[in-house]
Design a protein around this ligand. Structure first.
Ligand code: FAD
Length: 448
């Protein structure tokens, strides 16, 4: 796991000026840097902690089309092709495999919900299909009797994919660096400097950097950064935990989830396990302030949400982080170099137990490692990718809502177009900055 004890890999000197500065070295920031640099823009990535230290190395590694919001589907189809290309360029170092994905259902109601995806998939030419109990048993290398009492069937997308996030994002960062992108770790951006509403520079902890264009790809920290400029977005983050098993017998190579357990085969022969019904929300300032906007999501996920108090010190929504700071003072971004939440032991034990119960062939489910990440989300469960109206020259790409790893390369391309002031190749109206206060109705995306 990447933490603040991980040695620094990138320590370029802060230049006086750049064409484009990227705030945040997660998967969104890194892919944007790769593509904008390839257009001949002098580019820098400024990362407060370590490249991919937060969500971008901690996720499940699913690269999925299935179950996406319709506005994301064509972008995701492009992203999937881009992942394949980059992985080839990096000689397989991203661990990309088009190994498939399936959502399994244990009840008629859930199966019907999953089946709804099939007509959407068809209209976008995606190869999703339904598996009955027998086909599911065959796919999972199980004899049918073991599965008989558990599952009714599944909806599967063979062309969906997976990668190893903790390898993939740092490798793409190295590629950026080789191609001339400057990258500085342990370099928080404290605030934007503006003149007449236009971006002129960024105040970083290592000094002033002149630039007229920046991309805020700060994950769970974006709302706090904007709040410092009196700009509000209703972003929240939730804790999600993951466990890594030792190498175990192969079920199949793809990504899988039923209502209570998610599992993905890893390159090392183990599994990454997670609980789809265990989402932890710390009740902080932002939670209360945004409660009304978040009500529809709250209702939908009520049974899966676990409320926690207080917000741990120095987390983005903690009272310590919300204190104000000046450009020449330490900011909350430096106090917490890498947001590294502790996974609750109870959650890890539940993963072990549920996986073992479903697949007795595992006999035991030894856990090698476990971790958690703070998933940043928007109240309609789709991101914001847009210019920030209050600061000309600043683009916001955040709130990826639990599915930003897979789609990142194509959003990197779209942000590159916005930076060049070209019309984006896809319709990104759904991801507009102002949608929470322009009077439009909140349309809930399919999920995290
Ligand atoms: C447990 C878990 C499972 C997930 N599973 C999947 C999955 O299977 N598939 C999928 O597609 N997605 C998944 N996701 C979601 C996915 O990981 C995120 O959507 C994606 O990584 C977000 O990338 P990002 O670059 O926006 O943010 P992050 O990866 O969080 O990166 C933001 C970076 O910005 C830096 N930063 C913030 N503020 C500043 C500042 N002021 N100055 C400098 N640096 C700053 C931070 O230190 C951080 O490194 C999962 C997430 C989690 C936590």
């Amino acid at each position: 796991m990447i933490t603040e004890n991980t040695p620094i890999t990138f320590s370029d000197k802060l230049p006086q000026d750049v064409d484009v500065a990227i705030i945040g070295g997660g998967v969104i920031g890194i892919f944007t840097a790769l593509f904008i640099n390839r257009q001949g823009f002098k580019t820098i990535v400024l990362e407060k902690g370590r490249i991919a230290g937060e969500q971008s190395s901690r996720n499940w590694g699913w690269i999925r089309q299935q179950g996406r919001d319709e506005a994301e589907i064509p972008i995701m189809q492009h992203a999937s092709r881009l992942w394949e290309e980059i992985d080839k360029e990096l000689k397989g170092k991203c661990g990309f495999q088009r190994a498939g994905l399936m959502y399994i259902a244990s009840s008629e109601e859930k199966l019907q919900q999953r089946q709804q995806w099939l007509s959407t998939a068809k209209s976008y030419g995606i190869d999703s299909l339904e598996l009955d109990r027998q086909q599911l048993a065959k796919t999972l290398n199980q004899n049918q009797s073991q599965l008989y009492h558990q599952w009714l069937g599944a909806v599967c997308t063979p062309s969906d994919a997976r990668a190893e996030p903790w390898q993939a994002v740092p490798e793409v960062a190295k590629l950026c660096h080789q191609e001339g992108v400057k990258i500085i770790e342990n370099c928080a951006v404290r605030e934007c400097q503006t003149s007449n509403g236009k971006l002129t520079a960024l105040h970083t902890e290592k000094g002033l950097l002149k630039t007229s264009q920046a991309v805020l790809a700060g994950g769970a920290w974006s709302a706090l950064f904007l709040k410092h400029h009196h700009i509000h977005i209703p972003q929240l983050s939730v804790r999600a935990s993951v466990a890594q098993t030792t190498p175990l017998p192969e079920l199949w190579q793809g990504n899988t989830a039923d209502e209570k357990i998610g599992f993905r085969r890893r390159l090392d022969g183990g599994y990454s396990l997670a609980l789809p019904d265990f989402i932890e929300l710390f009740l902080g300032n932002n939670t209360l302030k945004n409660a009304r906007t978040w009500l529809p999501v709250g209702k939908k996920y009520w049974n899966d949400l676990k409320f926690r108090m207080p917000v741990p010190s120095d987390y983005p929504d903690s009272s310590t982080a919300h204190q104000n700071w000046q450009a020449d003072q330490q900011s909350p971004f430096e106090k917490m170099r890498v947001l590294n939440p502790t996974p609750p032991q109870k959650a890890i034990e539940m993963m072990q137990q549920r996986f073992g119960e479903r697949f007795p062939i595992m006999k035991e489910v030894p856990i090698l490692n476990s971790w958690a990440g703070m998933i940043d989300a928007m109240p309609d469960l789709v991101p914001i990718v847009d210019y920030v109206p209050q600061i000309k020259g600043l683009i916001l790409a955040t709130g990826m809502s639990g599915h930003g790893f897979g789609i990142a390369p194509a959003f990197g391309k779209i942000i590159t177009e916005l930076l060049q002031e070209k019309p984006p190749s896809y319709n990104i109206n759904r991801f507009r900055f102002n949608r929470f206060n322009d009077g439009s109705k909140l349309i809930l995306g399919p999920g995290i």
